[in-house]
Design a protein around this ligand. Sequence first.
Ligand SMILES: [Fe+2]
Length: 266
Amino acid sequence: MSLATENFIPETPFGMVLEADNGDSLFDLDKNELQKLILDESFIILRGFEALSNEKMCDFARQFGELLKWDFGYVLELQLKQNPQNHIFSEGRVELHWDGAFASVEPRFNFFQCLDGSAETGGGETTFLNTVKFLDSLPQDSLDMIKDIVISYQADKKAHYGGSIETPLVSKHPVTGKLRMQFIEPFNEDNADVNPVVTAIKGFEDEQNDRLLKQIIDWCYQSRYFYDHRWQKGDYVMVDNNALLHGRRRFQGTGLTRSLKRIHII
Ligand SMILES: [Fe+2]
């Protein structure tokens, strides 16, 4: 792409990094080329570009579509809080999920700016699973076990999301038509007391339900298309929310300063 150098991200199983040649502005990038790259690669790091205010971040994001407005507005500030209402603001780990599961409309892209990065010592990494590549890599008998199931999820609305939904586990990506997976990982011990999501496979008894859900979780975390993203200060990240699931590793003592801003593009 003009004005930026495009490369694969070292030691990651998918995604690309675009590095600004001279500390350029994100607005110098060709939005059509960038959108195609997000859909092709699912995960794009934009590195070395100038910092943007919340307002400018929104202006940039609007080039790709309308923005999803939450109770707090368009820009979510992801920092730890004391006595959080929702575990995304806590030190605990966050289960794999896709954004907007409980919203009236699901975002196509998640757009992040990293103000302060992950600790060198580890903790607080965002976990990503490329579900298109994941499903593609599953043995046929495993895929047959899960391809027709429908899962119901229920969560209390304690922060900006919650409600009841029913979703097929495997469906087609609305733009590329490729098979993708939508899943909210149950049994997160760090969220059991804060804001748990009750998860049930339709038509399954309790024991059969738990066994298959645990099997799916194992497949996700063992997949070669699962990876831990360590945030680097100044980076922007654009994610295809229709193709990837994401979560977060538990914070460790020195990683508590990680600070991100996030916008949802519909
Ligand atoms: Fe999320």
